[in-house]
Design a protein around this ligand. Structure first.
Ligand code: ATP
Length: 459
């Protein structure tokens, strides 16, 4: 089956209509670029996080999970460099007062023909003037000069107005791993190489958020820091590139929709860095990053905290600060990619179009829908529902024709529909309909659980 052309509009509309994602604070007119996950969305997102955790913690014999505080000592952000330089180049239209990221303005105007990564502010200003780039909102050409804009959200801690200290909502989760490096190492007796994983919220005061949940101001990251000895770092960098890519294939991504992109401009401390990009409806864009961060972060924390961050090899007694290979992916951005990747519209025999989310069953909100053919079969149907609900998220639907009920489940990606009919009362069997092929088989009720469980395993 050919992949349907997916537009962002279709994904947004389906999300809203089917309880996947709603605009944040909707009844108050929204709160720009915040999103609330509905009953279906929260399940899919939790399943995405679970799949990531399974792959990078559960199935790894040398990775450990943590859940660090969002609010951290402000010195963390001085040490990490975020206070001084976690910023984007902002430019304002003097006519309509709209604000833009200068790099994005150039990228869009040049249709990505220009690589802005290595451009200075002066070079960007010169390019905007020379190419007479206009304000995308009002069409005029009258911009301010470019200024840096720190992306961290500030808040204040303290119980009196006078005694308040400026603190930040974390802009990334990774620092939680760095500050806990030795806590984890000591308590698990981990030997290098080993990894620390974390899933949690991060906040960025983005200048130009947008494209639905692609770039928002509050989002979740799934980050894995792998600590290794200098000299082995390149090998692990390559390994994590492969693991990150394989994870996406395991979730069902098509190879043609993924590509690696090396960073053209490296951060001063980075030895190598690349992104995996996905072909989103608006074009190729970063899905995740893999970075060789060298010893930078642990060194910085050692300097700023005054605490020794050296690792001691228990056998050789060698002491050193390890290199770090970082793999970082946004849970929400991955959710958007998963929705786009699994969205299909298929023309059925009678000419009707069915919309179907072909999610990997492990990611689907409900694993199975229980559909009694008639309402007077409710007792048997409820019995099956209760039995399966002990193991999986199950939904129940007795409203409307069976065809309509199938369509509703297709739209939210439920992999199996179980129909209860009069034979079910006689011989304890049900019809199981497969979401993707629409093929139906007859199964004993007692065999359902094993049948569904088998489909949930990720490679
Ligand atoms: P971008 O270039 O898109 O701004 P980045 O290079 O700043 O991303 P990182 O700091 O490496 O991103 O963050 C790691 C991951 O977190 C990204 O690959 C992306 O999946 C996710 N992410 C970053 N910023 C946002 C955001 N504002 N909204 C949603 N997800 C985000």
């Amino acid at each position: 089956m050919e992949k349907t052309t997916v537009t962002m509009e279709k994904i947004v509309n389906l999300s809203k209509a089917r309880g996947i994602i709603f605009a944040g604070s909707d009844i108050y007119g929204g709160m720009g670029n915040t999103w609330d996950y509905g009953p279906i969305g929260v399940e899919i997102k939790n399943n995405i996080k679970r799949a990531w955790w399974q792959k990078f913690v559960q199935q790894s014999d040398n990775s450990y999970g943590i859940d660090a505080a969002i609010l951290m000592n402000s010195k963390v952000w001085e040490a990490s460099g975020h206070t001084a330089s976690f910023s984007d180049p902002k430019i304002d239209c003097k006519e309509c007062k709209s604000r833009f990221r200068a790099d994005t303005l150039i990228e869009n105007a040049s249709k990505s023909a220009i690589n802005v990564d290595s451009m200075s502010h002066e070079a960007m200003e010169a390019y905007i003037a020379a190419h007479k780039i206009k304000c995308p909102v009002c069409g005029k050409q009258n911009f301010t000069s470019i200024r840096t804009f720190n992306l961290m959200f500030e808040t204040a801690r303290g119980v009196t107005d006078e005694g308040q200290n400026k603190i930040y909502l974390r802009p990334e989760t990774a620092q939680g791993q760095f500050v806990n490096f030795l806590n984890v190492q000591r308590t698990t007796r981990a030997k290098i190489p080993f990894g620390i994983a974390q899933i949690g919220k991060a906040f960025r005061n983005e200048i130009t958020p947008g494209n639905f949940i692609f770039r928002s101001i509050e989002f979740e990251q799934m980050e894995h820091q792998f600590f290794c000895k200098e000299g082995t770092d390149t090998q692990y960098y390559e390994e994590y590139k492969e693991k990150a890519y394989q994870f996406l294939l395991d979730l069902g991504f098509h190879k043609e929709h993924l590509r690696f992109k090396d960073h053209d401009k490296l951060a001063h401390y980075a030895k190598s860095a690349c992104d995996i990009q996905y072909l989103f409806p608006m074009g190729w864009n970063e899905l995740n990053g893999i970075h060789n961060r060298t010893t930078f972060d642990l060194m910085q924390h050692q300097t700023y905290s005054g605490k020794n961050m050296f690792y001691t090899d228990a056998i050789t007694n060698e002491k050193y600060i390890p290199y770090v290979i970082e793999y970082s992916i946004g849970a929400d951005r991955l959710m958007l990619a998963v929705l786009c990747e699994s969205y299909y519209e298929e023309v059925l025999e009678g000419g009707d179009i069915r919309t179907v989310l072909k999610l990997h069953p492990a990611l689907a909100a409900y694993k199975v829908a229980i559909l009694p053919l008639q309402k007077n079969l409710a007792d048997k149907a409820k019995e099956v529902y209760k039995k399966l609900a002990k193991e999986f998220m199950v939904t129940y639907d007795d409203a409307g024709s069976i065809g309509k009920r199938y369509r509703r489940q297709d739209e939210i990606g439920t992999p199996f529909c179980v129909t209860i009919d009069f034979d079910s009362l006689e011989n304890n069997t049900v019809t199981v309909r497969d979401r993707d092929s629409m093929a139906q088989i007859r199964l004993d009720i007692d065999a359902l659980s094993a049948y569904i469980t088998k489909s949930l395993i990720l490679k």
